[in-house]
Design a protein around this ligand. Structure first.
Ligand SMILES: [Cu+2]
Length: 471
């Protein structure tokens, strides 16, 4: 927190990133001092002390960028730079981001604000920022080559426009995108409504996070930037469960969650125990007539979904991507299915040669969550989340919405595990277990099989010559 509180005071806690020799002193004199964040914790909401008032958001495992007012213009300073992001305990990734973190800080403004953003490039190649979803002058849209020249290393460019419509937006480079986004360059932008809005309800808690994905081999630090499909770390704000903070709310709070997708695939995001309405998309608030209750909303590539719900059920409620391989962490892709395979004979022989050999996955992959394997340095354990009843068997895009009746308004501290009232937890049946009576029809199915040919046909596959396999 200290690095944010001291914004513009010139105190020692601030790391003045742009003071590097690359940016001239004359240029610096007119720039707002860049504010850096080095901790991966969820920071408390930044209550505005200047400019129009608004109800601030909370960025999951992230923070909001402070600004300065300059003759009625809200000025921000983003620094594109290499960062080290702690993705979970004991696992750090070498990414590119903004102001000390990936994703970069959330920018919060109010409808009608004139905004000026200074962008300093501390990378080794050109960059730019595209303000995803906003109405703005064409020359401010940030597509390198089309709307502006790229920002060269060491240089600072200025973007200026009016935040015209309220809603949820994202920012990301439009220069060498595949590399720069695979390295973690992205952030959130919220434009709050300036007055009561017929389609935007006021809420008690307003969470935001970005979906992002990386391909980082176990034991290494830097994402593989040429990966197109086989990402192995599915993250929220570049954090993986159990490194993702819980979303803590008070019972009967009206809760909003805004989720943006800057991965290369869609994510069906699913909430337990409640129904929500999709109240906003990239295009703004949804018309009320289109809203229907859901428990899962699919978020396509480049999209944002805003969901609202009443947190009226106490407990610890799972909240996750419903693609089950997105709730794991780094692992090999080409692992054969071992369910039902009896390894005993093989294992006995292999242990003669390799005493530490361990059989994996013959009863399903849950075994993996229970065993303590020696792992390479800097490796995210695969499904290491622990709950009050044992292993949760989850990683990646998973967190918990914690609803508590005694949580104070505005308090986001983790209340610990839910204390279930006596008699409300699933329990073991204590009676006798008779053999089940099966249906007579159980067996070959409702249609007789066709006569099979007497000589089996061998299928020959002709493989295409040359590259491009696997996608
Ligand atoms: Cu997913």
């Amino acid at each position: 927190m200290s690095s944010r509180r001291n914004f513009l005071r010139g105190a020692g806690a601030i790391t003045a990133a742009a003071s590097a020799a690359a940016v001239s002193r004359v240029a610096m004199a007119a720039l707002p001092e860049p504010v850096l964040q080095t901790r991966p914790d969820t920071m408390p909401p930044l209550v505005p002390s200047t400019g129009r008032p608004y109800n601030p958001c909370v960025t999951l495992n992230g923070w909001t960028l402070p600004w300065r007012m300059n003759n009625g213009v809200k000025e921000f300073h983003l620094v594109a730079e290499p960062v080290v992001r702690e993705m979970s305990a004991d696992f750090k990734a070498h990414l590119w981001g903004y102001n000390g973190q990936s994703p970069g800080p959330t920018i919060e403004v109010v409808e009608g604000d004139r905004v000026r953003i200074f962008v300093t490039n501390k990378l080794g190649e050109l960059t730019s920022i595209h303000w995803h979803g906003q109405r703005l002058p064409n020359g401010m849209d940030g597509v390198t080559g089309l709307n502006q020249p790229g920002i060269p290393p060491g240089k600072t460019f200025v973007y200026e426009f009016v935040a015209r419509r309220p809603g949820t937006f994202m920012y990301h480079p439009h220069a060498d995108e595949m590399v720069q986004m695979a390295m973690g360059m992205m952030g959130f932008w919220i434009t709050h409504p300036k007055a009561k809005h017929p389609l935007i309800d006021e809420v008690d808690r307003d969470f935001v996070f970005l979906l992002n994905a990386y391909d980082i081999d176990p034991g290494s630090y830097t994402p593989k930037i040429m990966t197109m499909l086989d990402f192995n770390l599915w993250s929220w704000n570049s954090r993986i469960f159990p490194g993702i903070d819980p979303l803590v709310v008070r019972k009967n709070d009206k809760v909003r969650i805004r989720i943006g997708n800057l991965t290369m695939t869609n994510h069906p995001i699913h909430l337990h125990g409640h129904e929500f309405l999709v109240t906003g998309t990239d295009g703004g608030p949804t018309p009320k007539s289109t809203r229907q209750y859901e428990v899962t909303t699919d978020i396509a590539v480049g999209q944002m979904r805003q969901i609202d719900f009443l947190a009226d059920e106490e407990g610890d409620w799972a909240f996750h991507c419903h693609k089950s391989h997105h709730t794991m962490n780094a692992m090999g892709h080409d692992v054969p299915t071992m369910i039902g395979v009896d390894h005993r004979g093989v294992a006995r022989q292999i242990t003669k040669l390799i005493p530490d050999y361990m059989v994996m996955g013959e009863r399903g992959m849950k075994d993996m969550t229970e065993m303590e394997m020696p792992l390479p340095d800097n490796t995210a354990a695969m499904m290491a989340g622990r709950g009050p009843f044992g292993s949760v068997g989850m990683g990646g895009m998973f967190s918990v919405v914690k609803v508590r009746k005694d949580q104070k308004p505005g308090d986001y501290t983790d209340p610990g595990w839910y204390q279930h009232p006596p008699g409300t937890v699933a329990y073991e049946f204590g009676g006798a277990l008779p053999e089940p009576a099966r249906f007579k029809a159980e067996g070959p199915g409702s249609m007789p099989a066709l006569k099979r040919p007497t000589t089996p046909t061998e299928v020959k596959v002709r493989k295409p010559a040359g590259g491009h396999s696997g996608h």
